[in-house]
Design a protein around this ligand. Structure first.
Ligand code: ATP
Ligand code: MN
Length: 525
């Protein structure tokens, strides 16, 4: 059926070319090639090997005109010469030549006017399965007309022996050539490189057309009211946007153009650690045939133990979005009414919910704060603060203020409300307090969505000057003010002060002469 030839892919030759296999074919290939096992309910399970997460330190852009002038060079967007790219590209194509390959065509972006046609070349059936789940699946007619705007060469088994000579970080490489519309990946199997790699490209292309690209999930209520949930990894974008009462637009990557919000993807990528049918029934039910489980542990009968983190904490499942019953088939909706910044504050300092002024929204968006627990040891472990601009700096090729400005303008024009929601610790930091229950967080979010949060009395917190409701339906009032929730008030004040200081320190880099000084809207110490 496939008309595709080796030369179309820039390869000398290929073994068997598996072009756009359907789900059943991929399932069979995965089994025949022993790439994975099948769970008790018929879902494919694979191990992604040594790599169970992305390798951000191995990511580079080719430094060349004209994109070099646009890119925000630094630790996140590191330069590599076009000579090194050409050398590695030649190695990648040499390596892939003659092999049996899986070629998968997908769209990124649900708006036909701005979507990108992306072609992925991979060595494994499961990698094809992964991108088929994550990207928008073209229909038969689309596939006939498919003309790639961008190619991803995934040479998982190829490492760069000359990485030291090249001045790179390791033998793993993920390199983007914007002018040639090619990305090459070597030395890692992890599918997330392809997902977040194309997201990174969207974050390059769209703002240059005055369209905002965002690391957020989105859903829409019965009245057409759209809500965005921004947040770093593990803060709850996927969990909280999957809501039986609202249509899911997408769980991770969106654009916002003159017509409204649109998903980049055609599927979701949910965390599986400690997943339960009780607290996350929709995600639990999405794990069925055509979904793809990564790095989970199952017994001999294929029964999965979702609490088992022995392969990685980052166990995942990818599934096409139609595995969520209540999804929006167009993957689009109008302009947002509410924007929620999610943070998982392991210090237990930030309130479960606060209503932000427009200026505070800009401050917290540029700060992009969350806090992880450093170790997995028992007992008290000091949380690690992360500040990642726009809640996704790792995927932003342009300067964060480009995205900040666009968001500010759009919020202003469309009169959007902004909130900060802490899905992390309450009543004490990690080791003393407890993580907010999903139920309590959902109650805070429901109060935002049904407007009841606007009908209650507010008070202001001390250092952060955040406006917090005194009571909310469905939420234990003693939790709403974090200071009240801590038994040890002195310890709270000291921790709050410490965290406020970290915010202040981090924000110094955004003090641009002549620009608005947003520090006055952040914490004061
Ligand atoms: P990523 O960008 O890596 O996809 P994400 O923002 O989508 O991350 P989720 O996949 O939603 O994050 O992960 C949130 C995790 O935290 C889930 O495993 C969820 O079960 C757990 N969790 C525990 N308490 C809460 C809470 N109060 N709110 C949201 N999630 C919670
Ligand atoms: Mn997610």
């Amino acid at each position: 059926m496939s008309q595709l030839r080796a030369a179309d892919l820039g390869l000398k030759s290929v073994g068997t070319l598996h072009h756009n296999l359907d789900y059943d074919q991929l399932f069979k290939h995965e089994q025949d090639r022993q790439e994975g096992a099948v769970s008790a309910n018929g879902t494919m399970m694979v191990d992604t090997g040594k790599f169970t997460g992305r390798s951000p330190k191995d990511k580079y852009f080719v430094q060349q005109a004209p994109s070099a002038a646009n890119l925000a060079w630094g630790n996140i967007n590191k330069p590599v010469s076009s000579e090194i790219f050409d050398e590695l590209y030649a190695e990648v194509t040499e390596y892939l030549s003659g092999k049996d390959l899986y070629v998968t065509d997908g769209f990124c972006g649900s708006n036909p006017a701005t979507r990108k046609q992306v072609r992925f070349i991979t060595e494994f059936a499961w990698q094809s399965h992964f991108v088929k789940n994550m990207f928008i699946r073209p229909d038969a007619q689309d596939l006939m007309d498919f003309a790639p705007n961008f190619m991803v060469y995934n040479a998982s088994g190829l490492t760069n022996k000359n990485w030291e000579k090249h001045g790179l970080n390791s033998e793993v490489f993920v390199i983007f050539n914007i002018e040639k519309n090619i990305a090459i990946i070597g030395g890692t199997w992890y599918g997330g490189e392809m997902k977040k790699g194309i997201f990174t490209m969207m974050n390059y292309w769209l703002p240059l057309q005055n369209i905002l690209s965002m690391h957020c999930s989105a859903n829409v209520g019965k009245e057409g009211d759209v809500c965005l949930f921004f947040g770093l990894s593990g803060t709850g974008k996927t969990t909280l946007s999957t809501d039986a009462a609202r249509k899911l637009i997408g769980d991770d990557e969106h654009g916002w153009d003159a017509d409204g919000v649109f998903n980049f993807e055609g599927g979701c990528y949910a965390k599986c650690i400690n997943l339960s049918a009780d607290s996350e029934p929709e995600i639990f039910a999405a794990i069925k045939r055509d979904a793809l489980l990564e790095n989970v542990v199952a017994d001999a009968d294929g029964v999965i133990d979702f609490s088992d983190d022995s392969k990685t904490e980052n166990t995942r499942v990818s599934y096409p979005i139609d595995h969520i019953d209540n999804h929006e088939p167009s993957l689009k909706a109008g302009h947002p009414k509410n924007i929620i910044f999610l943070t998982c504050d392991a210090f237990g300092v930030l309130p479960p919910v606060s209503k932000l002024t427009k200026e505070q929204a800009m401050y917290y968006f540029l700060s992009g704060y969350t806090a992880k627990v450093a170790g997995t040891e028992r007992g008290v472990t000091e949380p690690q603060a992360t500040f990642s601009a726009c809640f996704g700096e790792a995927f932003l090729p342009l300067h964060p203020t480009v995205y900040g400005k666009l968001l500010g303008e759009k919020m202003e024009v469309h009169g959007v409300n902004a909130y900060l929601v802490n899905t992390g610790w309450a009543g004490g930091g990690y080791g003393v307090g407890q993580r907010m229950s999903i139920k309590a967080t959902r109650a805070c979010i429901n109060a935002i969505l049904d407007g009841s949060i606007n009908q209650v009395e507010y008070e202001q917190t001390q250092f952060f000057k955040l406006n917090i409701p005194k009571q909310l339906p469905g939420v234990d009032s003693s939790l709403l003010n974090p200071r009240n929730a801590w038994a040890d008030k002195e310890s709270f004040d000291a921790t709050a002060k410490k965290l406020a200081g970290m915010f202040v320190q981090n924000f110094k880099k955004y003090l641009i002469e002549g620009d608005v000084d947003f520090t006055q809207f952040g914490p004061q110490v």
